[in-house]
Design a protein around this ligand. Structure first.
Ligand code: OSB
Ligand code: MG
Length: 368
């Protein structure tokens, strides 16, 4: 396969509700959608999960656009590719910028599976026909607001509740949640809001039988997390700290976590996600698929990845309707009794709604 043409679009969509984490609040979602055409004029799609601001990681929508326009697209155009795993070799002299790399690698995986006439899930080696999903709930004004939101999503069938925490919105809030929902599968995500000085607070979470605490400490740390894991019974899950197979290998070796959240963009693409998945499987470290408030295109990639065998815990890939009045794929991603049925059509398995895409596009550029 050869990529003959790439179109970048800057889309702007609006979340149905503000989403607050320990590092900031999201409501407008600006992101890049990438369409790659092969020699037969067929289109593959990828989404950049980088945000407008560098809060979650140093990458932003604009750094991704720059990397794609000035380095990644020129490197890949007209190169003969027989398998998407080769994309990372083409980019091997370009450091990091994982979300930018993942954007175009995802489109190549979509094209590759279309050409083979199989779903992206089966091209990746996934076997599940449906996947279990949970939901990530932002920091609220009051604990009772949080309880009502949890109640609604328990009723909707979501398989686990993830509650965002930060200093001052942690132990007391989790206690109230546990009191009202004693049996619900529950976890907390701190997005790096704590240090080892807060160890007593983090130990106090052990009381609530959480599935895990996600990324409690610094976004670039695996040493202090290992110390923390020694001191608490709740499994530590790493998100921000893991950017590669090598990061995962070292974190496992150090005992920095017992669970890993895989985000395709954060680790530089589906090929690297699969390598991390396989490594974790061989070490009995369960994984689950994280979310980045994606549109339907990124969501479809997450659904496909989650069909791999060691994705044994519910991910953050909730229904399109949780985020958007209208998504940019048809059909939209729906959740029934906490499951998403994996599409079996070739490629990502959902049809990009080009009219809707154009409607959300505020800038567009084509490269040949
Ligand atoms: O840490 O997983 C995270 C959203 C934005 C940035 C970071 C994170 C999140 C989420 C939301 O938890 C996941 C989703 O619903 O897409
Ligand atoms: Mg997280």
């Amino acid at each position: 396969m050869k990529i003959k043409e790439v179109t970048l679009r800057h889309l702007q969509m609006k979340l149905k509700f503000p989403f607050t984490t320990s590092f900031g609040t999201f409501q407008d979602r600006d992101f890049i959608l990438l369409e790659a055409k092969d020699e037969n004029g067929r289109s593959g799609w990828g989404e950049s999960v980088a945000f407008h601001s560098p809060w979650y990681s140093e990458e932003t929508m604009k750094t991704n656009w720059h990397m794609l326009e000035d380095y990644l697209i020129p490197a890949l155009l007209n190169q003969e590719i027989t398998h998407p795993d080769e994309v990372s070799e083409v980019f091997s002299n370009i450091r990091k910028n994982n979300m930018a790399k993942s954007t175009i690698e995802g489109a190549v995986w979509d094209l590759y599976s279309q050409q083979k006439g199989v779903s992206l899930a089966s091209a990746l080696g996934g076997k599940k026909s449906k996947i279990e999903v949970g939901i990530s709930i932002g920091i609220q004004e009051t604990a009772s607001d949080l309880l009502r939101i949890i109640e609604k999503h328990v009723e909707d069938g979501y398989k686990r509740m993830k509650v965002k925490i930060k200093p001052g919105w942690d132990v007391d809030v989790m206690r109230e949640v546990r009191k009202e929902f004693p049996d619900v599968p529950l976890m907390a995500d701190a997005n790096s809001a704590y240090t080892l000085k807060d160890i007593d607070t983090l130990k106090a979470l052990d009381e609530f039988d959480l599935m895990m605490v996600e990324q409690p400490l610094a976004s670039d740390d695996i040493i202090d997390h290992a110390k923390l894991q020694q001191a608490i019974t709740t499994p530590v899950c790493l998100d921000e700290s893991i950017h590669s197979y090598e990061d995962a290998r070292k974190a496992i070796e150090l005992g920095s976590c017992r669970i890993i959240n895989i985000k395709i963009g954060r680790v530089g693409g589906l090929s690297e996600s699969k390598r991390i998945h396989d490594l974790c499987e061989s070490h009995d470290i369960p994984v689950w698929c994280g979310g980045m408030l994606e549109s339907g295109i990124g969501r479809a990639h997450n659904v496909a990845l989650t069909t791999l065998s060691n994705f044994t815990m519910p991910g953050d890939t909730a229904a399109s309707s949780r985020y958007w009045e209208k998504d940019i794929i048809t059909p939209e991603v729906t959740v029934t009794d906490g499951y998403i049925t994996v599409p079996d059509q070739p490629g990502i398995g959902y049809e990009p709604d080009v009219e809707a895409i154009e409607g959300f596009t505020i800038e567009k550029k084509t490269f040949r």
